[in-house]
Design a protein around this ligand. Structure first.
Ligand code: CMP
Length: 312
């Protein structure tokens, strides 16, 4: 009992408690030890206790179909298992011992009495919960970035393109703001891949991603929509302005030399279409821009074409 009391007195969560309360708590806590890899708390199970870590580290994970996703790693002085006790819901995550772990375990009822009687403990718990929530928000936003970014080029991917173009179309419908879609396709990319190898092909795609990011305005958004195909959405841009953005990108790609392992010349063709002038659905706009892109390829590549023949 004396040992528990000594331990409890060192736990930051309880440091403001008067000695008499600590003594009462010490009488009702138990010490429990866990081997490396052992599960201490299992997601979905009812929660009956709070755990204070005395020694060792635990890993808080959320099990997914593809494996465990680590939410946090907690060490001596920290606590876990508070959520289920506070909200009455099943355990929100699985907690495992990383190495040999020693904990003090506080029963649910004693935990509730402690936080009801001692505002400083309730405050510590609130502070910890808000930090955990903030970290979780950051993790979620990092993950959603991964979902919308293409891991090779770092540009937004096809999924993100569909979402963004739908948003732009909606904006055009509501506020009458025109926007343009530019489709770019690298010329003879299959030949580069076949002759120089896919690693060089990948280096070129990364370089193109960088060029598109550097040579578009902050309001524009560049996407890697698949293979050697890229798209740029230009808000508040139509007609000649869209053409000049497309021409600038095609020109830069043709003139710059990719600083990659092989000295290789890259060029691209582009087609563009404007919403609402050339359609106000994804398929109409994409179809029109793609038709213009094919016209640019037919015109000899390293070219830009618009939707109307006179703009070609
Ligand atoms: P509880 O839901 O009772 O059981 C699992 C515990 O893991 C949970 O309480 C918290 O103590 C802890 N936990 C859950 N999510 C996080 C997180 N995002 N960061 C840190 N700890 C967490």
């Amino acid at each position: 009992m004396t040992t528990h009391l000594d331990h409890l007195a060192t736990v930051p969560l309880l440091r403001e408690l008067p000695r008499s309360t600590l003594e009462e708590l010490a009488a009702s806590t138990q010490e429990r030890q866990y081997d490396p890899g052992e599960t201490i708390v299992e997601i979905g199970q009812p929660g009956r206790s709070l755990f204070l870590v005395l020694d060792g580290r635990v890993q808080v994970v959320f099990p997914t179909r593809t494996g465990d996703f680590e939410l946090a790693s907690l060490g001596p002085g920290e606590f876990f298992g508070e959520m289920a006790l506070l909200n009455g819901m099943p355990r929100s995550a699985t907690v495992r011992a990383v190495d040999a772990v020693r904990t003090l375990v506080l029963d649910k009822d004693d935990f509730r009495v402690t936080i009801t009687d001692t505002p400083s403990v309730a405050l510590e718990i609130l502070e910890k919960l808000s930090t955990r929530m903030r970290r979780a928000d950051e993790q979620i936003s990092g993950l959603s970035e991964q979902v919308v970014r293409d891991s090779l080029t770092g540009l937004r991917n096809r999924l993100s393109f569909r979402e963004r173009i739908s948003e732009e179309i909606e904006r055009t419908r509501r506020y009458g703001q025109a926007f343009s879609l530019i489709l770019l396709d690298l010329d003879r990319f299959a030949t580069i891949n076949d002759t120089l190898g896919h690693d060089v092909g990948d280096e070129i795609l990364v370089w193109v991603g960088r060029i598109l990011t550097e040579h578009t305005r902050g309001a524009d958004a560049a996407f890697h929509v698949g293979g050697q195909a890229f798209a740029v959405l230009c808000p508040s841009t139509k007609g000649e302005a869209a053409r000049s953005v497309a021409c600038r990108l095609v020109e830069v790609l043709n003139e710059a030399r990719p600083g990659i392992s092989q000295d290789v010349h890259v060029s691209a063709s582009a087609g563009y279409a404007t919403c609402p002038d050339h359609g106000d659905t994804i398929s109409d706009l994409y179809g029109t821009a793609n038709g213009a892109l094919e016209a640019a390829k037919d015109a000899g590549r390293n070219e830009v074409c618009g939707p109307d023949p006179e703009e070609a």
